[in-house]
Design a protein around this ligand. Sequence first.
Ligand SMILES: Cc1ncc(COP(=O)(O)O)c(C=O)c1O
Length: 455
Amino acid sequence: MASIDRERLGILLERERTSHLRRTPSSRAAFEAADHLFGRVPMTWMNKWSGGYPLYLAGAHGNRITDIDGNEYIDFALGDTAAMAGHSPKATVDAVTERIGGAGGITTMMPCTDAEWVAAELTRRFGLPLWSYSLTATDANRWALRIARMVTGRPKVMAFSYCYHGSVDETFVITGPDGDGDATHRGGNVGPAVPISQTTRVAEFNDIASVEAGLAHGDVAVLIMEPALTNIGIVLPEPGFLEAVRELCTKYGTLLLIDETHTISAGPGGCTAAWDLKPDIFVIGKSIGGGIPCGAYGVSEEVAAGVRANSEADLVDVGGVGGTLAGNVLSTAAMRATLGEVLTDEAFAHMITLATEFREGVEATLTAYDVPWSIAQLGARAEYRFVSPAPTNGTQSARAHDDELEEFLHLFMSNRGVLMTPFHNMALMCPETQRTDVVLHTRLFEAAVSELMTG
Ligand SMILES: Cc1ncc(COP(=O)(O)O)c(C=O)c1O
């Protein structure tokens, strides 16, 4: 296979950085003037944009974003899945506008009937019978882990190396230098409360022996997982892996928590419906509110009964689960409209067809230029990785990371009007994405690879 000429890559990257500076002076000036923001951005991860500063938003509709310099982009980042329904989908905007300005009452301490509608729809899609809301998937995960510990009476959580489930202390884990089962903090963790080996057992994705070795200790309350890793590139499950995980959780009395915040890209019912998974606890957030803050966790009847049977469980007052604004009527109105009218079965069919074309376009270029990379698709999302064959676990995928290459490709695309997800090489389709958008990406990807490989 061909290899990358690093000197050529350096020259091309400099050219793209210069072009980025020329095209986005207002974004740069806004960034340099942000003296009162920690890291100069509203949330520190926004510094992850390629080119030294983030693009500043002017507006966004459907799959188009405009920055404050007036550049328009086809958006394949889609808010890292939070905007999978497209930017400001009409049904969601109408519902929240009515709630804010028509009916009124954004936060009142009172439920409204949308909450039951949404819960019934989540049951229809994902199977779990009972639901509760949060404002983020992170919080839904945090609260679900607490419930799992209470129900099982066990202290530990199991998570996969290089997983991401939001800023949840127990899940910021990798396999350490001592190999199998050595739970070590992932680099860069900010102020962990306790050493992660006290809270977490680690396993490798697609390695059923590592799962069994951890669960066999008998102290794991819950195994939290995405059915395919999506935050260290897409790592798909190998045949039989998810079934074996389910069997082992049952065998060792560990609850299985499936987090489909990103993997809902697989279809209207996520991987859970597509692959007939049987979680005890289910978490989702981001996309189901069309970008309005929301999150939800669902529990089985058995898990709910376990909480109810525990006289110590204070779910009503200050027992460590919940938040004043969680499940507010703005979130529930947004989720009802988005699930009911935007992220429909037809929308998914369209999005998955386009993601398939996106993947095929990338594959054609990789083959034509003999490039040692791979691309994985999960329904409406696809992502390339700088390694071939595709990695089968998080540790392998992390090793394939290449900052320079990633920056070059991101800038090559954004300088020509296409946005990829800043943390990845991920592209997600939304209901408004068109075939012509995918064709443009295919053409640009081929042009970038051609410059890299042939000069
Ligand atoms: C699988 C998964 N779970 C949870 C989260 C956290 O979502 P939020 O940042 O909305 O809390 C993320 C965020 O990327 C995620 O990818």
